[in-house]
Design a protein around this ligand. Structure first.
Ligand SMILES: N[C@@H](CCC[C@H](N)C(=O)O)C(=O)O
Length: 241
């Protein structure tokens, strides 16, 4: 089978499909290792499903399983389309629920699972956009990795600083399971969008720029989040897993 590497706005994933569902936490750790493996922020395994086009298992680089990943959902959709597991419009099952995706060339849009507002902690607000995210509106230069790390363990959440400038949203994210800042985090950008919109700083649709500086678009339609941007296949190998 093909084992591939995909980059969705700089958030990178090893992806393959198989028929066998089993715990691949150790494999995720090995493959995601940037020095002794392929190197990635996460591992995505696509499996057949009787109702949907497929279901997935998502692992962070440290082997922990996460219920959702926004960028990973776009990468998985492009992989599924490219390797004939689904047509350009598809539905697949994640730990957080069903994701709808549409592939148009290398641009992929996914509709995320319903979000939740989980409360405020000082100047931070907690959202669930498939996984938990703390968000603070501040200047991006005030992103402090040590503070993020502390909050991540205190709240068991990913941590984001978001800034609105010239009607554009800029986001930096510390990711749980990678235990560092990543180049982009989809569910983090969506949580940041919700916070900025709630504070009246933006409308129902906006261009978003993560640390990688790639451009994405987030919109809210009928209370559902839509997340759109470019996905690249950066590597593929024919091998056994
Ligand atoms: N990078 C992802 C989020 C992946 C899961 C997260 N690290 C967690 O454990 O909560 C995204 O693009 O949303």
């Amino acid at each position: 089978m093909f084992v591939c590497k995909y980059s969705a706005s700089g958030n990178d994933f090893v992806i393959f499909h198989t028929f066998k569902k089993k715990d691949r936490s150790n494999l995720a750790k090995k493959l995601c290792d940037r020095f002794n493996g392929i190197g990635a922020d996460g591992l995505i395994v696509l499996l057949p499903h009787k109702t949907y086009d497929f279901e997935w298992q998502f692992y962070n680089a440290d082997g922990s399983e996460a219920s959702m990943c926004g960028n990973g959902s776009r990468a998985a959709a492009l992989y599924a389309y490219k390797y004939d597991l689904a047509s350009s419009k598809m539905k697949f099952l994640t730990g957080a629920g069903v994701i709808e995706a549409e592939v148009d060339g290398d641009i992929v849009e996914t509709q995320l699972t319903p979000y939740k507002e989980l409360g405020k902690f000082d100047e931070w607000e907690l959202f669930d956009t498939g996984v938990p995210h703390l968000v603070k509106l501040d200047k991006l230069e005030n992103f402090n990795i040590n503070e993020c790390r502390e909050l991540r363990y205190k709240h068991n959440a990913n941590v984001n600083i978001a800034e609105v400038k010239d009607n554009k949203l800029f986001v930096r994210t510390y990711e749980r399971g990678v235990e560092d800042e990543t180049l982009a985090c989809g569910t983090g950008m969506c949580a940041s969008f919700l916070k900025a919109r709630k504070e009246g700083l933006i409308g129902d649709s906006i261009k978003v720029y993560p640390k990688s500086k790639e451009e994405l678009e987030i919109s809210l339609k009928k209370n559902r989040l839509y997340f759109k941007g470019r996905v690249k296949e950066t590597f593929k190998a024919l091998c056994e897993v």
